[in-house]
Design a binder for this molecule. Structure first.
Ligand code: C2E
Ligand code: CA
Ligand code: CA
Length: 564
C-alpha cells in the first residue's frame, strides 16, 4: 500500500518538475501528433488544457504551412534515423501571435525492443537573443563571413532604386548542406567565402550588387536600362555563375563539388516591391532545383500557379488520411491462358478541396514532406484488408499476388520490414500473397540497406517486383545481383512495340535475360490484343492493362473479377 502511495507521490513530483522546468516540453507520436506536454508549452500555443492539444499536429496551431512541413519533416527524420537533433534554432509563427525564435531539441523515444514510438521535444524561447543578434548584424551592411553586402543592404538598394527596371538573381548552392554536415562548419564557411569570391569576380561593381542573404543563399541585383536587355544580360550572368561553380573547390585538402540552382525575376520599378521580386526569384530557383539543379530558370506566372498548387496539395494532404479522402483501386493481372494471377493496388486521392489529384502528382510531394511514411503504411494496411476480404469470398491460391507500390523513401525507413510483418501477421494472412513493387531509384543511395530489407521481406514470404523497368538508368546485369522476383516492363515500351524496332529489340532482350536470371516478367499498360499477342510472341506471359480491366474498387473487384 505504502509502496503504491509513494509511486503516486513520485508521479506527482515528476509532474511538478515538468511544469516548473523553464523549458517547453512536448511529446509526439510517430505520426507527429501531440500526445502530451508541460504547462508552459500549452500557454505558448494559447490553450488551457491537454485536451486541446492531444491528437492535434503543428498544423492546428501554426499559421505557416511551410513551417509545419519543416517541423514535421524534422520529426520524421529524427524518428526514422533514431538520431537526436540538438540545438536547432528556428522561427515559429503560432496562429495570431508574433513570430518567435526557438532553440529546439528533438530526441527519439523507443520502447523496450528499440522500436521508435515517438519523440520528446524541448525548446527555449530565444527570441530576445536573436533580436539582439540581428540588431547588431543589421547595424552593418556587410556580411561578416564573405564581405559581400548583406540582405539588408540589398533590400535597401532595391527599395531606393529609381531606374526603369532591374533583374534579380537568386542563387542557392546545391549540396552545401552535405558539406556542412559531413565536414563541419569551418569547412562550410571557407567554401562560402570561396563561392562569394567567384561570384563577385563575375559581376563588376558598376553592373550589379552581389549579396549573401544567409546560409548558402546569394542574390544579385542588376539595374537595367530597358526591359529588352533583361533576358540576355541575366542569362549571361547566370550561365557564368553556373560555369564557375561547377569547378571543384579545394579546402583543407578536401576536393569539394557544389553547383548552383538559380532563379531570375524581373523588377519593374513601381510595379513590384522587393519582397515580391524575391518571392518570384525564389520560385524560379525551386524550379531550377527540380529541373535537376546546376541550371537557371526565369520566373513566369505558370511557375507561381504550380507552386501554389503544390502548397495547396501539401496543406490538404495532411488532413487527407483522417478525412478518408484516400482509397485504393485494384487492377487485375493475368497469364497467357487468361487466368487471374494477381492484382496491383493503386492509390487514389479525391481531395475535398482540390478534387481528384493523380498519384503521379501527389506521391512526390508526400515523399518530400515525409508524409509518405504514414500514407504508405495506410496503403499497405488497406490493401491487406482487401486481401482478407477477397479471401473470404474465394479461396486465393498461394500463387495469387497482391502487389503494393512502396516508395523508395518509405522503403529506406528502418521500420518498414517490421511494420509490414506485423500488418500481415495481425490479419492472419499468408505473406506469399503479398508482392512489393519498388523502383530502381531505391538503389541510388544506401543500396546495401535496401537489399537487406528486400532479403528480409523475401524470408517472410513476400516477393519483390521492380516497377517501371527500363525507364531508369540501371542495366539488367546490375539487377542480376539483387534479390528480385519480377520485372515489370514499363508501359512506354509496350505502347510502341509495333512502331519501334528499338523497343522491340529491347523488350526481347529483357525477356530473354530475365528468364536466364529466373526472374518473372510482366508487361504493364497492355491496351490491345495486338500488343498482348506481340508480347506473347516475345516470350512474355504475364499482363496487366486496360485490355483486361481498368483499376476498380475492391467490391467491384470481388463481383466482376474474382467471381466474374
Ligand atoms: P505504376 O506503379 O507504374 O502504376 C501503373 C499505372 O498505369 C497506373 O496509373 C495505372 O492506372 C496505369 N495503367 C494501367 N493499365 C494501363 C493501360 O493499359 N494504359 C494506360 N495508359 N495506363 C494504364 P496510376 O494509378 O495513375 O498510378 C501512377 C503511378 O503512381 C504509379 O505508377 C505509381 O508509381 C504511383 N502510385 C500509385 N499508387 C501508389 C501507391 O499506393 N504508393 C506509391 N508509392 N505509389 C503509387
Ligand atoms: Ca506499380
Ligand atoms: Ca509501373
Amino acid at each position: 500500500m505504502s509502496k503504491q502511495k509513494s509511486k503516486v507521490e513520485i508521479e506527482q513530483f515528476l509532474q511538478i518538475v515538468l511544469n516548473n522546468i523553464p523549458m517547453r516540453v512536448f511529446l509526439k507520436d510517430t505520426h507527429s501528433k501531440f500526445v502530451g506536454s508541460n504547462q508552459i508549452f500549452l500557454e505558448d500555443l494559447g490553450i488551457k488544457t491537454l485536451d486541446g492539444l492531444v491528437g492535434k499536429s503543428d498544423y492546428d496551431f501554426i499559421a505557416d504551412t511551410q513551417e509545419c512541413e519543416h517541423f514535421i519533416k524534422d520529426d520524421q527524420e529524427v524518428m526514422h534515423s533514431g538520431l537526436a537533433k540538438i540545438g536547432i534554432e528556428e522561427p515559429q509563427s503560432v496562429n495570431g501571435a508574433e513570430t518567435r525564435w526557438l532553440r529546439t531539441n528533438k530526441v527519439p523515444l523507443t520502447d523496450k525492443g528499440g522500436q521508435v514510438i515517438g519523440l520528446l521535444g524541448t525548446y527555449e524561447d530565444i527570441t530576445e537573443q536573436v533580436k539582439y543578434r540581428e540588431e547588431i548584424e543589421q547595424q552593418a551592411l556587410i556580411d561578416s563571413l564573405t564581405q559581400l553586402s548583406n540582405r539588408r543592404h540589398l533590400q535597401n538598394c532595391i527599395t531606393s532604386f529609381n531606374g526603369e527596371c532591374a533583374g534579380l538573381l537568386f542563387i542557392d548552392l546545391d549540396y552545401f548542406k552535405v558539406v556542412n554536415d559531413s565536414l563541419g562548419h569551418s569547412v562550410g564557411d571557407a567554401l562560402l567565402q570561396q563561392v562569394a569570391e567567384r561570384i563577385n569576380a563575375i559581376i563588376p561593381d558598376e553592373k550589379g550588387l552581389v549579396a549573401r542573404l544567409g546560409g548558402d543563399e546569394f542574390s544579385i541585383f542588376v539595374p537595367l536600362v530597358t526591359e529588352s536587355e533583361y533576358k540576355l544580360i541575366m542569362a549571361d550572368f547566370a550561365q557564368q555563375i553556373v560555369d564557375t561553380l561547377v569547378e571543384s573547390f579545394i579546402i583543407d585538402s578536401h576536393i569539394l563539388n557544389v553547383s548552383a540552382s538559380i532563379g531570375i525575376a524581373f523588377i519593374q520599378n513601381g510595379h513590384l516591391n522587393h519582397s515580391q521580386g524575391f518571392r518570384e526569384a525564389d520560385i524560379a530557383m525551386y524550379f531550377a532545383k527540380e529541373n535537376g539543379r546546376n541550371n537557371y530558370q526565369f520566373y513566369n506566372d505558370e511557375m507561381r500557379e504550380q507552386a501554389e498548387r503544390k502548397n495547396a496539395m501539401q496543406r490538404c494532404m495532411h488532413h487527407a488520411i483522417a478525412n478518408n479522402e484516400f482509397h485504393l483501386v485494384y487492377q487485375p493481372q493475368y497469364n497467357e491462358a487468361s487466368e487471374l494471377i494477381g492484382a496491383e493496388a493503386l492509390l487514389r486521392w479525391q481531395s475535398e478541396e482540390l478534387g481528384f489529384v493523380p498519384p503521379d502528382e501527389f506521391i512526390s510531394i508526400a515523399e518530400q514532406t515525409g508524409l509518405i511514411h504514414s500514407l504508405g503504411q495506410w496503403v499497405f494496411n488497406t490493401a491487406l484488408d482487401a486481401l482478407l476480404d477477397w479471401n473470404q469470398h474465394i479461396a486465393l491460391s498461394e500463387e495469387f499476388k497482391l502487389a503494393v507500390n512502396v516508395s523508395s523513401v518509405q522503403f529506406r525507413s528502418s521500420s518498414v520490414v517490421s511494420e509490414f510483418k506485423s500488418a500481415i501477421e495481425s490479419r492472419g494472412l499468408n505473406a506469399n500473397n503479398v508482392q512489393i513493387e519498388i523502383t530502381e531509384s531505391l538503389f541510388i543511395e544506401d543500396k546495401d540497406v535496401a537489399v537487406r530489407s528486400m532479403l528480409k521481406l523475401q524470408q517472410l514470404g513476400m516477393s519483390i517486383a521492380i516497377d517501371d523497368f527500363g525507364t531508369g538508368y540501371s542495366s539488367l546485369s546490375y539487377l542480376a545481383n539483387l534479390p528480385i522476383d519480377k520485372l515489370k516492363i514499363d508501359r512506354s515500351f509496350v505502347e510502341n512495340l509495333d512502331s519501334s524496332m528499338v523497343n522491340r529489340k529491347l523488350v526481347d532482350t529483357l525477356i530473354n535475360m530475365s528468364k536466364n536470371l529466373h526472374m518473372e516478367v510482366i508487361a504493364e499498360g497492355v491496351e490491345t490484343s495486338e500488343e498482348r499477342d506481340e508480347l506473347i510472341g516475345l516470350g512474355c506471359s504475364q499482363f496487366q492493362g486496360y485490355l483486361f480491366s481498368r483499376p476498380v474498387k475492391s467490391d467491384v473487384f470481388i463481383a466482376t473479377i474474382l467471381k466474374g
